[in-house]
Design a protein around this ligand. Structure first.
Ligand code: FAD
Length: 390
């Protein structure tokens, strides 16, 4: 029998082929070199100096728009994309968010719903990390229910004129291009907005206590005039943004387990070394019960992510299954971080250890890309056949 590995108790590495392992190792090494030495400082300062350079490096690793094909994208499979999300989020959810919003939201929207000209204009530079993208759906008064959005695009001759406000937009103030969803006379449409267009501004949202190593901004659209070809031609209605979100949520199913892994490993290392009452705290039954329960949820979550990845690969992943994974894994990840926090005692609240940072980050991850309650309602509807959203 193979020996028991506390870092991989179920032997889940056996599910990965050599290319998957290579992607995982590359991303893990990059995060160890470029993120981990600085992340506590960035988090404390609430900024990511050199974010553009980080984006270019992620681009050169093929991590931006990783599962898209053509236009300079890596064309990787869902398992490799998931592993990249996991490794980045094991460093910090903010850095994983940078990648997810770039690849799974803004690039995905252009790749899936854009014209050939839009794809050629934006995707190669976005894949290289030379242009950062953001995705504006949420508004101050419309979060879980985006159907009521107020941002409006009106026709003026052949031009479009956009007016409105978006809120909580990841990458907003560092973006060169914004995919903005707006109401039009023909329904909700997506617009590809160069952020240097007159009337566009993106003030940062300050005083966040979560995802501090991530740029979050408002988007203000004050009569932004765009040419006719700025609209994404291939979709009308909420189906557009919702299908992008489904793609990004898949990455979060993996990513959240990265944050959980980092917190679990910090707690395991600490429990073996820290002594109280004359012995390591890992020798107390109560600590062992915590570690055992954390390991169960961590590796069950990774197994679930893997299963859903296989379904995505086979073209059989339903949105309800994405909700299942996002709801379970983010909720369990935050619980793992909270338990890890208790094992570290007072040190658990310090930025010297990653645990509290992950726990507070996951508060955002619990809310964005569909809140816990939204995913419960999606599953509730699928289980009962009764819509309880309104
Ligand atoms: P609300 O929708 O007001 O919900 C408040 C509470 O009410 C929640 O608990 C919710 O579940 C509950 N609730 C609402 N309706 C119901 C119901 N019918 N039944 C039961 N409970 C209900 N958005 C973007 O478009 N782009 C981004 O890049 C982006 N990045 C983000 C980054 C961060 C750090 C954060 C925190 C958010 C980001 N968001 C982004 C916004 C995010 O998607 C929204 O916050 C989310 O959709 C929830 O909307 P809300 O905050 O307005 O909460």
């Amino acid at each position: 029998l193979p020996s028991f590995d506390p870092r991989d108790p179920l032997g889940l590495d056996d599910l990965l082929d050599p290319e998957d392992l290579a992607v995982r190792d590359t991303m893990r090494q990059w995060a160890a070199d470029r993120v981990l030495p600085h992340i506590a400082d960035w988090y404390e300062r609430g900024e990511v100096p050199g974010i553009r350079e980080l984006a270019r490096e992620l681009g050169s690793l093929g991590a931006l728009g990783m599962s898209l094909t053509g236009y300079g994208c890596a064309g990787a499979g869902p398992i490799q994309y998931g592993l990249a999300c996991l490794e980045l989020e094991a460093a910090d959810s903010g850095i994983r968010s940078l990648m997810s919003v770039q690849g799974s939201l803004s690039m995905y929207a252009i790749h899936r719903f854009g014209s050939e000209e839009q794809k050629e204009r934006w995707l190669p530079r976005m894949a290289a990390g030379e242009v950062i993208g953001c995705f504006g759906l949420t508004e101050p008064d419309h979060g879980s229910d985006p159907a009521g959005m107020r941002t409006y695009a009106k026709r003026d001759g052949s031009d479009w004129v956009l007016t409105g406000r978006k809120m909580w937009i990841t990458n907003g103030s560092v973006a060169g291009v914004a995919v903005v969803w707006a109401r039009t006379d023909e329904g909700i449409r997506g617009f590809v907005v160069p952020t240097d267009a007159p009337g566009f501004s993106a003030p940062d949202i300050k005083h966040k206590w979560s995802l501090r190593a991530s740029v979050t901004s408002e988007l203000i659209l004050d009569e932004v005039r765009l040419p006719a070809d700025a609209v994404l031609p291939e979709v009308t209605g909420l189906r557009g943004p919702l299908s992008c979100l489904s793609h990004a949520r898949y990455g979060i199913i993996w990513g959240s387990m990265g944050a959980a892994r980092s917190a679990f490993e910090a707690a395991l290392d600490y429990a073996r070394e820290r002594e109280q009452f004359g012995r390591p705290i890992g020798g107390f039954q109560l600590t062992q019960a915590k570690l055992a329960d954390m390991a169960l949820e961590l590796h069950k979550g990774v197994l679930l992510a893997h299963h859903l990845g296989r379904r995505l690969e086979a073209g059989r992943l339903r949105p309800e299954q994405v909700s299942f994974g996002k709801l379970n894994n983010v909720r369990e990840a935050i619980e793992i971080c909270r338990t890890a926090r208790t094992i570290l005692g007072a040190n658990g609240i310090s930025l010297e250890y990653p645990v509290m940072r992950h726990a507070t980050n996951l508060e955002s991850v619990l809310t964005y890309e569909g809140t816990v309650e939204m995913h419960q309602l999606v599953l509730g509807k699928a289980l009962t056949g009764i819509d309880a959203f309104r």
